[in-house]
Write a protein that binds this ligand. Structure first.
Ligand SMILES: Nc1nc2c(c(=O)[nH]1)N[C@H]1C(S)=C(S)[C@@H](COP(=O)(O)OP(=O)(O)OC[C@H]3O[C@@H](n4cnc5c(=O)[nH]c(N)nc54)[C@H](O)[C@@H]3O)O[C@H]1N2
Ligand SMILES: Nc1nc2c(c(=O)[nH]1)N[C@H]1C(S)=C(S)[C@@H](COP(=O)(O)OP(=O)(O)OC[C@H]3O[C@@H](n4cnc5c(=O)[nH]c(N)nc54)[C@H](O)[C@@H]3O)O[C@H]1N2
Ligand code: SF4
Ligand SMILES: [Mo]
Length: 689
């Protein structure tokens, strides 16, 4: 593999994209080799610190298994190298053939977490609209968007940006940031040193729970009951922010009336917590007033009532007056950069983006097609067929629910192109596999919304035989005939320059400021001088947008078993996908330096294991309505996991937990799958050793 660094000796500053935090890194290069990676001092996000994953950036760049030659699948299922020119020619031929037969909308693109974030994903969005299809799919059909919707519907701005460092009370609702978002944990540590209190709500005792002042070992799927209980306490003890509620909110009367039934005894029965615990938490909220930083994690999104659960948590911010205030949620202002997408000029909505009629909120607020519905469209169960898919930076065979269906669907495609660094479970089903460049091989702008800052990722190296996202989409567009109009920039640097045009920030300026540039100073309490960007201009306890779409205007609590099936056949609740500190979804298991966890396990509490006659390390079969997998049991102490709950990580090829998850049990607003409370059973396997 031929790897060339951009300089022979010296330091290149860039951003780590081994996770979504994008810490600033200095790559120290000696004789054309990166020999160490260090944090950029004063970087807006990471302030010079890095997590233990950072050194693996070099291993990823230089990995001997990296794809450097395009591959074509042969009739017998094996792969043969194909010259790049020929592969691109054949792909263009297939795209044009499908377009002629079924129309452009029968082609879609699919991006994964690895190339999420504006610029990289926007190339794919731009390409597919220029091609004539509205079908852009991504990992956002299972990640972040339920949170986005909940906050957007409540307060009009898009996300919880908790101001951890200045909070007096930090509540992590089903999140483990020490492992998943280390810089958030560093900010939490700073707050703890100043006397803040940390609360963790989770059915499992996580690393965060171990250092928390209080840990609430909640029954999965009942967070909304707890949040409503806190709301009731704040309202009934008159400890809410009257000024904010009176002047800036909509629907308080209805919200207050609905909260009445969430008495501590009811909440305790629902959540499996004690009455005292429920009261204590409510009192902690009352004491912290506006300095409450709530952070709902991915677990609340992966539930059939996820958007509404997060809406109640967002509403707590309103009651506490913690909206757009120091130590509460922060409402970031975005940077006025150019828009790479074509939704303004070429929206193509008349072509019925897949999933838009089923989950209109996804499309209306975030221009996302519903990725799970893509499988139905491929299997001819949609309004029209999907026949071709270009997947980049994603591994849906491992990351999407109901793997069996994903495999059946992908095998029916007339064209599947996968761009990746490695041969993955998804790539193995492709007609063409194209070698992708890693993040160290590209340059792009990154926004850090909660700091209102922008930084530049610089290219550090080039690996022969691979192509970056921009080069790929640009070339494909030019071959198809849309390039001149839609991909006129000769390279990524030209794109960066164009994106920055309206901002007043010069690219050279960013190059000279690797720690990032603040594009707008933080101003709090913006609602005092401008309305909330909601239909009413207020903070909405009841959502006018949701009512218009036919959903309840208030966020109801739905007891977790409605819509699912917990019964004698499947008596346990399976949580899937709790993150590993050193792995990222299906990534990094091939990196020796990060190889501490080597095999998939099912976590199970000691009492449950004893009842089932299962010992530590024994082989078990976990079964759900959707499927079954075999793996080893890891017995946890009863303090570490709730009775009746088991947990399996995702991203394992050998024991793929998404063979157990369903694409039928969906949040009615966001279309998100239930990945965190799947009815399951565990059966001990005969010892075959
Ligand atoms: N190292 C590493 N970092 C990552 C990732 C990775 O794969 N590896 N993935 C990245 C991505 S894309 C995401 S979305 C984030 C996710 O980041 P987090 O939101 O921090 O996700 P997890 O660490 O999985 O923590 C989720 C927790 O929710 C708990 N939980 C499950 N069900 C419930 C419930 O009903 N209620 C409550 N209160 N808790 C529940 C689980 O036990 C688990 O401990 O991490 C990002 N960071
Ligand atoms: N059961 C269950 N399933 C889940 C979850 C769960 O909690 N439980 N979590 C879900 C969540 S929150 C998310 S975000 C999704 C993630 O879903 P995906 O994004 O599909 O998952 P990854 O495994 O991260 O796949 C990324 C792929 O991109 C490749 N790659 C890395 N860098 C680059 C690059 O620069 N360019 C290109 N082209 N490719 C690159 C990697 O090798 C890898 O194969 O998984 C979801 N799946
Ligand atoms: S937290 Fe770690 S993996 Fe994530 S960007 Fe920072 S150094 Fe990289
Ligand atoms: Mo995610």
């Amino acid at each position: 593999m031929a790897v060339r660094t951009v300089i022979e000796n010296g330091i290149v500053s860039t951003l780590c994209r081994l996770c979504d935090m994008r810490c600033g890194i200095n790559c120290h290069i000696q004789n054309g080799r990166i020999h160490k990676i260090r944090g950029i001092p004063d970087h807006v996000e990471s302030r010079g610190r890095l997590c233990p994953k950072a050194p693996a950036a070099v291993d990823l760049l230089l990995h001997p298994d990296r794809l450097v030659t395009p591959l074509k699948r042969l009739a017998d299922g094996s792969f043969a190298p194909i010259p790049y020119e020929k592969a691109m020619e054949e792909i263009v031929g297939a795209l044009e053939g499908i377009k002629k037969k079924h129309g452009a909308r029968s082609i879609g693109v699919w991006t994964g977490e690895a190339i999420g974030f504006q610029q990289q994903e926007n190339y794919a969005r731009r390409f597919i609209h220029a091609f004539g299809s509205p079908n852009y799919f991504s990992a956002e059909s299972v990640c972040w968007l339920s949170r986005y919707l909940a906050y957007r519907l409540t307060q009009g701005y898009y996300n919880a940006c908790p101001d951890f460092a200045n909070a007096h009370l930090i509540v992590l609702w089903g999140s483990n940031p020490g492992h998943t978002h280390p810089p958030y944990m560093w900010a939490i540590d700073r707050a703890l040193k100043k006397g803040a209190r940390l609360v963790v709500v989770d059915p499992r005792r996580t690393a965060a729970a171990r250092i928390a002042h209080r840990f609430f070992k909640i029954r999965p799927g009942t967070d909304a009951a707890l949040a409503w209980g806190i709301a009731r306490h704040l309202i009934h003890s008159n400890r809410y922010d009257h000024e904010f509620v009176t002047n800036h909110t909509l629907g308080f009367e209805d919200f207050s009336a609905y909260s009445r039934s969430f008495r501590p005894d009811f909440v305790a029965a629902e959540t499996g917590l004690s009455v005292d615990a429920v009261r204590d938490l409510a009192k902690m909220f009352a004491a912290a007033r506006s300095r409450v930083a709530n952070y709902p994690g991915i677990s609340l999104e992966h539930q059939p009532n996820g958007v509404n659960t997060i809406r109640v948590i967002a509403a707590l911010g309103g009651l506490c007056g913690a909206v757009d205030r120091p130590g509460g949620d922060f409402w970031p202002e975005s940077m006025a950069q150019q828009d790479l997408t074509l939704y303004q000029t070429l929206p193509l909505e008349e072509l019925e983006p897949i999933g838009r009629s089923r989950f209109p909120a996804l499309y209306r607020f975030r221009k996302q097609c519903h990725s799970l519905s893509a499988m139905d469209a491929i299997l001819n169960r949609g309004a029209y067929p999907l026949r071709g898919l270009i997947v980049t930076g994603a591994n849906p065979v491992l990351s999407n629910p109901n793997t069996g269906k994903v495999e059946r669907a992908f095998d029916r495609l007339e064209l599947l192109v996968v761009r990746d660094l490695f041969m993955t479970a998804t790539a193995r089903r492709a007609h063409y596999v194209l070698p992708a460049a890693s993040f160290l091989e590209r340059t792009e702008l990154h926004l850090y919304a909660h700091h209102q800052a922008v930084a530049l990722a610089n290219r550090v190296a080039k690996v022969d035989g691979t192509a970056g996202e921009y080069a790929f989409w640009r070339e494909l567009a030019h071959r198809i005939g849309t390039g001149e109009l839609y991909f006129p920039w000769k390279d990524e640097t030209a794109v960066n320059r164009w994106l920055l045009k309206p901002t007043g920030i010069a690219l050279e300026n960013l190059q000279d400021t690797p720690q990032g540039i603040v594009y707008a100073p933080k101003i709090f309490s913006k609602f005092r001088r401008q309305p909330f960007p909601t239909p009413s201009g207020k903070f909405e306890f009841v959502s006018a947008d949701l009512a218009e779409l036919g959903h309840p205007a208030l966020p109801p609590y739905l007891p977790p078993h409605s819509g699912t099936e917990v019964n004698l056949t499947y008596p346990l609740l399976l949580i899937t996908g709790a993150r590993y500190q050193l792995y990222y979804h299906s990534r990094f298991r091939n990196i020796a330096r990060l190889g501490r966890v080597k095999k998939p396990v099912v976590e199970i509490g000691a009492k449950d294991a004893e009842r089932l006659g299962i010992g530590n390390g024994e082989r078990v079969r976990v079964e759900t309505k959707t499927g079954a997998i075999e793996l080893d049991a890891e017995i946890r102490k009863d303090v570490d996991i709730r009775r009746g709950v088991i947990q399996i990580g995702h991203g394992w090829d050998a024991a793929n937990v998404n063979r157990l998850t369903s694409d039928a049990d969906l949040d009615p607003i966001s279309g998100y799958p239930n990945l965190k409370m799947v009815p399951a059973r565990v059966v001990k396997q005969k010892n075959t050793a």
